[in-house]
Design a protein. Structure first.
Length: 139
């Protein structure tokens, strides 16, 4: 009977902790590209993951530099790619700079480059959706 009571108490405690959990907050954010940032992730309980490279989940912007080696573009295409990429980078910078709070709610693992794939929210609004609405998504 004691083990049953202990199990019930443990389950209630776990439910209370899960229901009061806050989303992880990004601090010291630096925009690297239209879909990539570097930031510290404050996950609570005085735990901060320092200088994490984060790729916005389910969103692909044009490149702001020739760092992406998987693209096979002509010089003229690269010029257009980088122009659109710089515009996307500026848009993301504006969204995150003007936000009072930037959070991540779900973790989806890592991409082939080792970046964390996270859903970002600026003041509660999904950043990928905002970037798509502004026309900064590669088709």
């Amino acid at each position: 009977m004691k083990w049953l009571l202990a199990g019930i108490i443990a389950a209630l405690f776990l439910a209370a902790v899960v229901n009061t959990a806050r989303p992880a907050e990004l601090v010291n954010v630096t925009v690297l590209d239209g879909d990539t940032v570097r930031a510290d992730i404050d996950i609570g309980f005085d735990i901060i993951l320092k200088q994490q490279t984060i790729r916005i989940y389910n969103f692909d912007a044009w490149e702001a530099s020739k760092a992406r080696r998987t693209l096979d573009l002509s010089p003229l295409q690269w010029q257009e790619e980088i122009r659109k990429g710089m515009s996307a980078k500026m848009a993301l910078t504006g969204i995150l700079k003007n936000a009072k709070q930037v959070t991540v709610h779900e973790v989806s693992g890592r991409d082939p480059y080792g970046r964390r794939l996270l859903k970002l929210y600026a003041d509660g609004k999904h950043v990928a959706d905002t970037m798509k609405e502004k026309g900064h998504q590669r088709k």
